[in-house]
Design a protein around this ligand. Sequence first.
Ligand SMILES: [Fe+2]
Ligand SMILES: [Fe+2]
Length: 195
Amino acid sequence: MTQALDTIRREHESLAKVLTCLRHLAEALQEGSRKPDFEILYAILDYLEGFPDTYHHPKEEEFLFKALRRRRPAAAPLLDKLHEEHAEGVALAAELRAALEAYRRDPSASQRFSSAAEAYVDFERKHMEHEEREILPLAQEALTDEDWQEINAAFALNHDPIGEQMFGVAREKKFDALLATILEFTREPADPGTA
Ligand SMILES: [Fe+2]
Ligand SMILES: [Fe+2]
């Protein structure tokens, strides 16, 4: 009954992969070991604004948090905090886009972009940990089958372009280069024992 929990964890995994990619790219740009690839950087921003900020967080609030507020009124302060974090994430993504625009216009603005990228990555990682540690176990314990039916149906309609592309479910050409870069940074190193 709780497939929405699997969906949320899977969505966190694809967001985590994009965050890892963003951090590596920002570090490489700072070190001068890589030239900026604006197609990939803009694809990251499009993903962040088009998936977590448009589907994932709003669905958490509208369905998961709402059901938890009903079943566990004592969790209200924690849910209020997570609600604030969603708004803060949107503001950090807006700053990241502004920093990227500035960097594209003027290469000397690379430091602003790297700092905004680092702030976004750290913030979203902590936010996901916060949910996985506190909210998902509580939801599993407190919600009823009826609650889950509604939450599952809502999350089933999410559209995660990176997750779908990673698992070969759907493909959006504009994310091809981003996915290749994600794989470059997140591929498991080959086991020397099997080489
Ligand atoms: Fe969230
Ligand atoms: Fe989440």
